[in-house]
Design a protein around this ligand. Structure first.
Ligand code: 0A1
Ligand code: ZN
Length: 865
């Protein structure tokens, strides 16, 4: 059969405007899996119902399986055709029972979509369009079905058989095989289907819901990993209680299982009652996981759990609505994490992440709105824009409505759309109706790409006591959107008095909705200093004309921790951007501000440590008309060295104070001390202190936890101390059987700020532990190198060639993972002409590769536009 998709030169584009409701519904499906890694047989029994009045055939998506038989109402038929992988079946009545039998080979599935093998076990990944690789089905999120799943498998090899919902029955067969049956009573789209068959051990727990029901919890891993599942289990229980308290949402099944697998394209997946996780977001103990890992585990466990309501009970009508579940769920997990420790540090980390990944996306060739209008491959739209900007949009809604009305709105949304496939518009309309707030203009955020730029200048007339804040907004054009309209930006603003350091205008939220707006403050008798976008209340770039002195003032006195951090960052950025542009830069103001921050004993150490870190090289680059990676690296290192030298005794004191922790504990305070210790060590090393290698190596050897060990290793790897290679070898030997820690070993070298990083990375490609077939490992080396701004952008283009070569190779195995790593090459417009041409040449080379996946084709071709 001719495959329509590949026979045409033009790739198929799916458009939001073309949405039509499904022609057929499938209220019930029974699946029978005869599991075997080489040949799994699947019989699917679909109860289909014609939806509306039409005479169109039943269209069941499929991809790559061998079709063995088709029957309609119990009778074998052969009047079907296969078109673009889909099975098209003419049907005469309004309801039928369709049965298909297919065969697939999970062990040959390197894409990790559908049913695949990982570490000797079998598991599934169906979002977004993986279910069609298992069996023929309408693979779209607005077809909701009740699932009955029966699995049989070799009992020795796969003693554990799990699927969605509740276990119903199980038993032995006489040929060494066994079987199990699971039912999920909640209708769900097929992207939430999951099964796992494997040799797994379980850490069991239980949770009593707010209505008094007991839920059996299980975290399933390799037996040797069992001891590393306690943190994830604790996080799950905390998340379940949090969702009851904050959103009134209770878990609905009697069991909730999580399985950790080593080979996974993303972070984790919220399959109903059976979450499947990348093992990096489950496994932790102090010896192998950093504080950052612990926090990420709790955040991802919470995220997937929260999807049970924002995603599963209310799902998406189509994939253009992806941010409906993802933006909202990220917002929910961000608030959850903020409640577990330092909310200020969490906000700083989230904004840093947004600026590192989403702002460049919004400013580059792959820019798209949080509700896109078209895609070729939906996997490419699991982006920082959909997730993180999406979360910022929800956060703005919460700010504009206030906590109470926001909660009334989410209650209405959950109640009204429970059991259905909804749209972003349904969500906004629910909040609008519940709060009585007109959100007409706010809706522009859903359709407009690009990061708004807001200029803010504060004028003060001393005589009249009037201050005037002049605000203007502009969103730069993005591909396909030449002209933009003003959006609604809730800006939390406060004015401080320069002389008294007191408040001259209390905080309030300004809703900037016009292109230009003026806000008048009366009774301002002393010169005011502007604190704006406090808490990063709107995802915008704010340009102010505040002096270094005013920024230093805010850096020392602002009572909003994010604004305080931001003032220090701005002070550092102004210094660094000026220096990178060739202007003489005075480091004194930054050094004084850093000294004041680490010396401020009232400040939480975690916050102080984050606040004194210099902006990343790429964020500095984002502020420049043309990114000069070498200059950025040079001026940033010079400032680091000066801060290190000028404050040597302060850093040593901070280091020693942070050392007095005693034994390892995972608590917000202990994490703050470890963070400060890492930052202090970094500055001591940057100062060039002769003994910094000894200090780092002593920490490396004495560490009783991965946070301290890895920060010491990172410091050693950056420099040229004699202990550098021994530390890398010791680390490797100690952890050579732990894949997640080896990933760190690869990454720390790929991210190193060194002249030889490119050579080291090319060498590491040949390392016995490097493989492209494990996504974590590929990302640890190739992904990390791609975001090492200086090493990747060396002038001879060898970094670009390396990335392109690797992505072309990876594409043949795992297109999804390969396509995700394209963006560093799409920054060609941000660099000088010579680098830009070299990057484009690599993108052009990629686009021309015969047999390139549509994932890669879309990312690379759009990156050239
Ligand atoms: N819904 C998941 C993300 C996810 C998407 C696609 C995947 O396919 C490989 C896997 C996971 C989440 O938001 O966590
Ligand atoms: Zn999600």
């Amino acid at each position: 059969m001719l495959d329509i998709q590949t026979s045409l030169a033009q790739p198929h584009v799916t458009r939001r405007a073309d949405y039509t409701p499904p022609d057929w519904q499938v209220p019930d499906i029974a699946l029978n899996f005869d599991l075997d890694p080489a040949a799994t047989r699947i019989t699917a029994t679909l109860h289909v119902q014609r939806s509306g009045v039409h005479d169109r055939p039943l269209r069941l998506d499929g991809a790559g399986q061998t079709l063995l038989s088709v029957s309609v109402d119990g009778t074998p038929v052969n009047d079907w055709v296969i078109e673009g992988g889909a099975l098209i079946l003419p049907l005469s009545g309004s309801a039928h029972v369709i049965e298909t039998t297919v065969e697939i080979a999970p062990e040959r599935n390197t894409q990790l979509m559908g049913l695949y093998a990982s570490g000797g076990n079998l598991c599934t990944q169906c979002e977004a369009e993986g279910f069609r690789r298992i069996t023929f089905f309408p693979d779209r999120p607005d077809v909701l079905s009740r699932y009955q799943v029966r699995m049989s498998a070799d009992k020795q090899r796969y003693p554990v058989l799990l699927a969605n919902g509740d276990p119903i029955a199980s038993g032995d067969l006489d040929d060494g095989r066994h079987w199990a049956e699971w039912h999920d009573p909640f209708p769900k789209p097929c992207y939430l289907f999951a099964l796992v068959a494997g040799d797994l051990a379980v850490n069991r727990g239980s949770f009593i819901t707010m209505s008094g029901r007991e839920v059996a919890l299980g975290i399933w891993v390799r037996a040797t990993d069992l001891e590393r599942t306690h943190h994830a289990l604790d996080a799950l229980k905390t998340a379940m209680a949090w969702d009851e308290r904050v959103y009134g949402r209770e878990y609905d099944l009697d069991v909730f299982n999580i399985v950790a697998v080593d080979d996974f394209n993303f972070g984790a997946m919220e399959n109903k009652g059976l979450n499947v996780f990348n093992s990096r977001y489950i496994l932790a103990d102090p010896d192998t996981a950093t504080d950052y890992d612990y926090d990420a585990i709790a955040a991802v466990v919470a995220h997937e759990y929260f999807h049970n309501w924002s995603g599963n009970r209310v799902t998406c009508r189509d994939w253009f609505q992806l941010s409906l579940k993802e933006g909202f769920t990220v917002y929910r997990d961000q608030c959850f994490s903020a409640d577990q420790g330092s909310a200020a540090v969490k906000r700083i980390e989230d904004v840093r992440g947004l600026r590192a990944a989403q702002f460049p996306e919004d400013a580059g060739p792959l820019a798209h709105p949080i509700r896109p209008d078209a895609y070729q491959e939906i996997s490419n739209f699991y982006t920082a824009t959909i997730y993180n900007k999406g979360a910022e949009i929800i956060r703005m809604l919460a700010t504009i409505l206030g906590a109470t009305a926001f909660r009334t709105g989410t209650d209405l949304y959950f109640d009204r759309f429970d059991g259905t496939a909804a749209t972003c518009e349904d969500f906004v309309a629910s909040l609008e109706e519940a709060s009585g707030t007109d959100l007409t203009q706010f809706r522009r955020w859903y359709g407009q790409a690009g990061t708004p730029r807001v200029t803010a200048s504060l004028l003060h007339h001393e005589g009249s006591g009037r201050a005037e804040l002049v605000l203007a907004q502009r969103t730069p054009p993005t591909p396909g959107q030449d002209s933009k309209t003003p959006v609604v930006l809730p800006l939390r603003v406060k004015l401080f008095g320069a002389q008294t350091a007191g408040t001259v205008a209390p905080e309030h939220v300004i809703l900037l909705s016009d292109a230009e707006q003026r806000i008048v403050f009366e009774g301002v008798t002393e010169r005011p200093i502007l604190s704006i976008n406090r808490g990063f209340s709107a995802p915008a770039i704010i340009e102010t004309d505040r002096s270094a002195a005013d920024l230093a003032f805010l850096g020392a006195h602002d009572d909003d921790p994010f604004a305080r951090y931001e003032a220090l960052q701005q002070l550092m950025l102004d210094t660094l951007v000026a220096a990178a542009g060739g202007n003489q830069a005075d480091h004194a103001a930054v050094i004084a501000a850093v000294a004041g921050t680490i010396g401020d004993a009232k400040l939480d150490r975690a916050f102080a440590a984050e606040a004194v870190l210099l902006p990343s090289e790429s964020f500095i680059g984002d502020q420049m008309a043309v990114v000069d990676p070498e200059a950025i690296f040079r001026v940033r290192e010079a400032l680091r060295r000066d801060i290190g030298r000028a404050l040597t005794s302060e850093w040593c004191a901070a280091y020693d104070a942070a050392q007095a922790i005693g034994g390892y504990v995972y608590s917000p305070e202990a994490k703050g001390l470890r963070r400060m210790r890492a930052v202090a060590l970094g500055y001591i090393a940057a100062s060039g202190a002769a003994d910094s290698g000894d200090l780092a190596f002593a920490q490396f050897e004495a560490a009783d936890n991965m946070t301290d060990r890895l920060s010491a290793l990172t410091t050693l790897v950056a420099g040229d101390a004699a202990q550098r290679t021994p530390a890398l070898d010791i680390f490797y030997n100690r952890y050579s059987d732990n894949a997640l820690v080896l990933d760190k070993w690869f990454s720390v070298q790929a991210m190193a700020p060194r002249d030889d990083t490119g050579d080291v990375v090319r060498e590491l490609l040949r390392h016995q532990d490097f493989t492209l077939s494990n996504p974590n490992r590929a990302r640890a080396l190739i992904g990390a190198f791609g975001v090492n701004q200086r090493a990747f952008n060396v002038t001879d283009g060898s970094g670009y060639r390396f990335l392109a070569d690797q992505l072309i190779a990876l594409d043949t195995l795992n297109p999804q993972t390969a396509a995700k790593l394209i963006p560093p090459l799409g920054r060609w417009g941000r660099f000088d002409a010579a680098r830009g041409a070299l990057m484009r040449a690599e993108l052009e080379r990629i686009v021309k590769v015969p047999g390139l996946s549509k994932d890669m084709f879309e990312q690379a071709s759009r990156s050239l536009e």
